[in-house]
Design a protein around this ligand. Structure first.
Ligand SMILES: C[S@@+](CC[C@H](N)C(=O)[O-])C[C@H]1O[C@@H](n2cnc3c(N)ncnc32)[C@H](O)[C@@H]1O
Length: 312
């Protein structure tokens, strides 16, 4: 499919040839999962309802869940149909309740949604987990509307099964241009670097520094709802340690696994569509060659369209 599309010369979208798909299938674990199969650092092709029971109990440090939102959406050969919010809540309950057994006591859980599905996410998460926060992130691009506000925000709910959980905000500081250059009584800059004109700030629950992958970014694929690697990097760095196991039961094009690998974590991803599993496998192979994450450099996150080299 995508290999036949005409693409502009600067288009860096990751696509698959039939030959590559054949090779990449060898990297994937296909359901039904055998008793001997190791799922660590693997992409598992299958239905999470079939696969979850094979993920070892109390093994996961960070569970990142980006389910189909409550919208009509086509995911390659599969479609998701919008349902009544109560039905969506029940559907969400069916997989979240099932995934609790794979969590370590001090694990963290993140669940993505939009303004419509957020009430259901809160209802279900608060039934089983301590809910700590709701992050809202700006998608930057959005479809204009004449009779409504353009929708450019999405939510990520953050919770944990226990009161104790790992959280490292120092690992996800944002480097921002100084807007208010305050000085102390001696005239020295307060919390900002005079030579650079930047300040390092602790992260809030409002993220405006992300860019949704598009055709000139090397992480881009044809997956319709791909998350930015930078978004996953924030979640992974704040809520896991090197070597921890990061699990994503709706892996899509592999973003969670790719960011986890680039940041030295172990990963386990489940995705029902073989095409997306192959894209994930290709991106994981590329991560060995290029472990960079756009927007994260020098152990800090940069504001959108800025970085250590360009656009200061
Ligand atoms: C919102 S997308 C995830 C996108 C992903 N975060 C990324 O960056 O590419 C949800 C994914 O869940 C997959 N999916 C839907 N139902 C599933 C199921 N029962 N088991 C496993 N995967 C499923 C869809 O094929 C789709 O790729």
């Amino acid at each position: 499919m995508p290999d036949l599309k005409e693409r502009a010369a600067r288009n860096r979208t990751v696509f698959l040839t039939d030959e590559e798909k054949q090779d990449l299938r060898g990297e994937i674990v296909f359901a039904p999962v055998g008793a001997q199969s190791t799922l660590i650092n693997k992409v598992v092709c299958g239905d999470i309802f079939q696969v979850a029971g094979h993920i070892p109990k109390a093994s996961v440090d960070l569970l990142f869940i980006d389910p189909p939102y409550n919208l009509d959406k086509k995911f390659n050969n599969n479609s998701f149909s919008r349902m009544d919010l109560k039905e969506y809540e029940k559907w969400m309950d069916s997989w979240l309740s099932m995934l609790l057994r794979i969590l370590k006591d001090d694990a963290s859980v993140y669940v993505c949604g939009d303004w419509r599905s957020s009430p259901a996410i809160y209802e279900v998460m608060s039934k089983y987990l301590y809910v700590h926060n709701r992050i809202t992130w700006e998608r930057e691009k959005g479809r204009g509307a004449l009779r409504n506000w353009k929708n450019v925000s999405e939510d990520i709910w953050f919770g944990s099964p226990g009161r104790a959980y790992y959280f490292n905000p120092g690992a996800v500081k944002l480097k921002r241009k100084v807007v208010a250059p305050y000085r102390d009584p001696e005239g020295n800059p307060k919390d900002w670097d005079e030579a650079e004109g930047f300040r390092l700030t602790y992260p809030s629950n409002l993220w405006t520094d992300l860019t949704v992958p598009f055709w000139s970014m090397p992480e881009n694929t044809d997956h319709p709802t791909q998350k930015p690697e930078k978004l996953l990097a924030k979640v992974i760095l704040a809520s896991s340690r090197p070597g921890d196991l990061v699990c994503d039961p709706f892996l899509g094009s592999g973003t969670t696994a790719v960011a986890a690998k680039k940041l030295g974590r172990r990963y386990l991803g489940v995705e029902i569509e073989e095409e997306y599993c192959c894209l994930a496998a290709k991106r994981l192979a590329r991560a060995d060659v290029d472990p960079s994450i756009q927007g994260y450099a020098g152990k800090v996150f940069w504001e959108r369209n800025t970085g250590p080299k360009a656009g200061r």
